[in-house]
Design a protein around this ligand. Structure first.
Ligand code: ACM
Length: 273
């Protein structure tokens, strides 16, 4: 069961939606056909907002255009697309990833773990983690800082994900290595799509590194993108590898879990000091 999965790593300019669309299209044009493409977190808008009002204003102004574009791409390539963008809903604003398939937005994933000043700009995600059964593979989505919370990838995997799409604007380098752990502990493919370019505003400056990567269930880095430069890549992967959860002939990754000892994971108490 082979599918072609990958990412684009565009240079993003804050607030310049037309420029960002042009870079997305140019990188997609450099690829052949694919079944899934993952784009970075907030790829259409940029990352550092001045405040929540600015995030809402940009989402109000460009939300329709962004959704149409995501649908257009998934239609043109007859594929699944995961792309980060702000999402307005009933006075709330989320750092979301749109999940589109063959011309239609199926759903959004709303980032559960907001990073640093995102807490000033966005509302925390309020929807359960979900897996999408597409043609030949099952897709789960998490966004950037969710990498720091292993429960997210675990739950997506327990719900059947073969591939975890991970749109990112990475700040900490640990994430590149942690993605390998998320892949092997859950026996899934993990695609981290990280942007390049610099956001320098509101007293913050972040130069995003790129180095997007596709990791196999066996922890192989099937491809790692260039640092600080645009890139795009798809690889052909065998989904049956992700479906086989036997770690040895006698060990099943999910059945062997000693869940009777795991209850602290779903409690809010912890030892503070
Ligand atoms: C991040 O979650 N964008 C660091």
């Amino acid at each position: 069961m082979n599918v072609s999965i990958g990412f684009i790593q565009p240079k993003v300019r804050f607030g310049n939606i037309d420029y960002n669309i042009e870079r997305i299209e140019s990188l997609l044009n450099s690829l052949g056909s694919f079944d899934l493409i993952v784009m970075p977190e907030l790829v259409y808008t940029g990352y550092i907002f001045r405040d929540r009002r600015e995030a809402i204003r940009i989402a109000e102004r460009y939300g329709g255009k962004i959704i149409s574009h995501i649908e257009k791409i998934s239609d043109k390539y007859s594929s699944a697309v995961v792309a980060g963008a702000p999402e307005l809903d009933d006075g709330r604003i989320y750092n979301s990833a749109y999940i589109a398939y063959k011309g239609v937005v199926l759903d959004t994933y709303r980032k559960l773990h907001l990073f640093y000043r995102e807490k000033e700009w966005f509302d925390p995600g309020d929807k359960p983690l979900k897996v999408y059964d597409l043609n030949g593979f099952r897709l789960g989505v998490m966004i950037c800082f969710d990498w720091r919370f292993p429960e997210v990838a675990r739950i997506l995997s327990l719900k059947g994900a073969d591939v975890i799409a991970h749109p990112s604007n990475l700040v900490y380098d640990y994430a590149y290595t942690v993605a390998l752990a998320r892949a092997v502990e859950n026996n899934v493919y993990v695609i981290t799509s990280n942007r390049v370019g610099t956001d320098n505003r509101a007293g913050m400056r972040i130069r995003f590194k790129g180095m997007s990567q596709i990791v196999s269930p066996n922890m192989e880095i099937l491809y790692r993108a260039r640092k600080y430069r645009e890139d795009a890549k798809t690889v052909e992967v065998d989904i049956s590898i992700a479906r086989d959860k036997m770690a040895t002939k006698l060990n099943h990754l999910f059945k062997d879990r000693r869940v009777e000892f795991f209850s602290p994971l779903v409690e809010t108490v912890y030892v503070e000091e």
